[in-house]
Ligand binder design. Structure first.
Ligand code: C2O
Length: 686
């Protein structure tokens, strides 16, 4: 029987039918189209078929025994099992498990349904695919040349091996800016059991690698077309930019007392002066409501802007300043024409060097320290986390520490470097704010897709239930809680154009999980109080570890890094005005190092500044920052005295731009940035 065909065209036809008939209710749509659970773990190799009757209603209930030859899928593999999932325009139906005889399977199917075949390649191969998908979420942090080698090793090694041994087989993984053991769990991976396709095409497409050939066959399937897609700003067409610009201009033209106006929205974030109108001045920073509050804020803003553009398909683009050096500059439509009257996306208050086209320093836009961590939140100050300190209620801009690592880098750094409006509480006045926060929101999804225990703090009642209120596009007040913004597709109706494969609405891969171990409250090893002023030149701060504390440091370093972390904290950080320069920090950097950057083995992180002096007031109390220096400490075999060095990070100026070079040479921090204390501490991980 060769009535069954597989082709990309058929696949897309099916998709076409699905999209046309789907209702506008997000949750309903998701229920209809999510793959049945039984198929999900067997997604390894999938193809869609059209049964003989296609989706014709007149074949409904007419079943037929079909003999499938899956040779093109099975190829040289040792696959013995498959799952067949029937579907039509409206539903998925109960999947049918089949055992293969050679490359053949026999199954009885309703001819009005199409169906999808998923092969079961076995546990180790499945682990391999999932491991690759998790690594894919960190794609931007993996050097291009290493990607195919990782893929070859994980999916195409001749025999199985535990992922814990990956550094022995590929020592280069130790140089990645994150710890590979924090992404890959200690499970065995094994060959997919076939030659060709997979291994040649690894890492071909975007940040999501797996299964590469699935992408090839499926084109855009299973992307849900009507879900609003937030795209990379660099990929918008001139017509789309025109629409965006016009929408912003419309919002800017509305009276400032109109909640759907540009200016009202900016002040919902925070006020730099004046009195707050309804729902203004409420942004959440320096604690674990940062991500969820900003997701809600951008979501309602996007709805208002969509209405203002008059384009029902409009979605807020994002700026991925990290992963591609050519996208480091502020996107051109936001800089040119450089006129606030003709270009609603332009903001003249930004640092001239960035409005002129220089790229943000790669150190300042790195998300590596946040991605390395597996804990969303932390209950004690001084313990690094992805998403910030646990709090018991809303907090606007609390003093002290508490920011998660992504809030610091890239988030604060981008605000700080771009300067002008971006440096203040009313930063949403600068259209770049929305590009920036769309990207921060995207990084949240991506972090979750790294797996290995990374998860939202859904057991925390405050995080889940605290309600925040915003205005929608009609000016009506709307309330959302953390529990209502967990899934951007099913709950909010949007996704990003490069959402990791793991996170796609139709094929949801289970993540390889390892339990996340909480960090215990930190214990100081040594602390020195000393005022340190940061300027234009390198600053070295020696930290002497007294004899009696050296053994503490030595014990800590002798411990397994999986159970003992070393953290450096800067305390009493102050500045009197927006600083505009971010600092690179190093540990025991050679005195003659010239222009070291984030790739230097001594690099421990950045120090940026945001939101300290909004409301025009001086900072109430000092801030704090923490750096997980475990890897660097091990690498440098830290023993006694250390030196912390700070360098200003500098914009990347395009070749031949003398004007920008001159601006870079003149770049100086404002506001007298300084700190007063350095603490070295250990924290056990239970
Ligand atoms: Cu609430 Cu980027 O700021």
């Amino acid at each position: 029987m060769s009535v069954l065909k597989r082709s990309k065209r058929l696949f897309l036809l099916c998709l076409g039918a699905l999209s046309v008939s789907c209702s506008q209710r997000v949750d309903q749509y998701f229920e209809r189209t999510a793959l049945p659970d039984q198929v999900v773990p067997l997604y390894d190799e999938v193809a869609a078929f059209k049964a003989r009757g296609g989706s014709k209603p007149d074949t409904k209930g007419v079943t037929k025994k079909l003999h499938l030859d899956l040779g093109f899928l099975v190829q040289d593999s040792k696959v013995r099992r498959a799952v067949i999932a029937p579907f039509d325009d409206a539903n998925w139906y109960e999947p049918i498990e089949v055992t293969l005889e050679g490359t053949r399977a026999t199954v009885e199917l309703d001819l009005s349904r199409d169906f999808l075949v998923a092969l079961d390649l076995g546990e180790p191969a499945r682990n391999g695919y999932q491991a690759m998908a998790q690594l894919g979420a960190a794609g931007g942090l993996i050097p291009g040349a290493l990607k195919p080698r990782l893929c070859q090793l994980i999916l195409c090694s001749p025999e199985s091996f535990p992922l814990t041994e990956i550094d022995k087989r590929l020592p280069e993984v130790n140089d990645l800016p994150f710890e590979i053991g924090n992404v890959l769990p200690p499970l065995p991976v094994g060959p997919v059991g076939r030659k060709g396709t997979v291994c040649d095409a690894c890492f071909d497409r975007g940040p999501s690698i797996v299964p590469c050939f699935l992408y090839k066959w499926c084109g855009d399937f299973p992307i849900v077309r009507w879900v609003h897609v937030r795209r990379n700003i660099y990929s918008l067409s001139p017509a789309e930019i025109t629409t965006l610009r016009a929408g912003v201009a419309t919002m800017k033209a509305r009276p400032q007392t109109d909640p759907t106006s540009w200016w009202y929205q900016a002040k919902m974030h925070a006020l730099d002066s004046g009195t707050a109108l309804a729902l203004q001045d409420q942004c959440q920073h320096r604690q674990f409501l940062f991500f969820s509050w900003h997701r809600m804020f951008v979501y309602y803003f996007e709805r208002i802007l969509r209405a203002a553009t008059g384009d029902a398909s409009f979605a807020q683009p994002y700026w991925n300043y990290t992963d591609n050096p050519s996208q480091g500059p502020i996107p051109e439509p936001y800089r040119l024409p450089a006129s606030a009257t003709t270009n609603a996306l332009y903001d003249p208050t930004r640092a001239a060097i960035y409005n002129g086209g220089a790229a943000l320093p790669p150190s300042d836009v790195s998300y590596a320290s946040g991605f390395n961590l597996t804990n969303f939140t932390s209950a004690s100050a001084g313990v690094p986390s992805f998403g910030g300190l646990t709090v018991t209620g809303a907090q606007h801009f609390p003093s002290g520490g508490g920011s998660g690592q992504i809030e610091r880098s890239p988030h604060n750094n981008v605000h700080n470097d771009i300067s002008g409006d971006m440096a203040g509480g009313e930063s949403p006045k600068d259209p770049v704010f929305w590009l920036h926060h769309s990207n921060i929101d995207r990084l949240w999804k991506r972090w979750l897709a790294l797996g290995n225990g990374r998860a939202n703090p859904t057991t925390d009642t405050v995080w889940m239930t605290h309600a925040f209120t915003f205005f929608d596009e009609t000016g009506a007040q709307k309330t959302l809680t953390g529990a209502q913004v967990l899934n951007t597709v099913t709950q909010l109706g949007y996704r990003y154009d490069d959402d990791p494969y793991i996170d796609w609405p139709l094929v949801r891969l289970p993540l390889l999980m390892k339990e996340v171990k909480p960090w215990e409250p930190p214990e100081p090893i040594v602390s020195i109080k000393r005022p340190v002023a940061l300027g234009r030149e390198r600053v070295d701060v020696p930290v002497r570890v007294p004899g009696k504390d050296r053994s503490l440091l030595a014990t800590s370093l002798a411990a397994d890094p999986a159970h003992e972390r070393i953290v450096l904290r800067l305390l009493d950080i102050r500045y009197d005005a927006p600083v505009g320069v971010t600092y690179l920090l190093f540990l025991n950097l050679p005195p003659d190092a010239r222009n070291p950057d984030q790739t230097d083995p001594s690099f421990i992180g950045t120090l940026g500044f945001f939101g300290g002096s909004h409301h025009g007031a001086a900072m109430e109390a000092g801030l704090a920052e923490e750096y997980d220096i475990t890897r660097v400490a091990h690498r440098l075999r830290l023993s006694g005295d250390l030196v912390v060095s700070a360098f200003p990070s500098l914009p990347v100026v395009p070749e031949g731009r003398k004007d920008l070079q001159a601006l870079r040479d003149r770049l100086r921090p404002n506001g007298n940035p300084r700190f007063g204390e350095i603490v070295l501490q250990r924290s056990r991980v239970r």
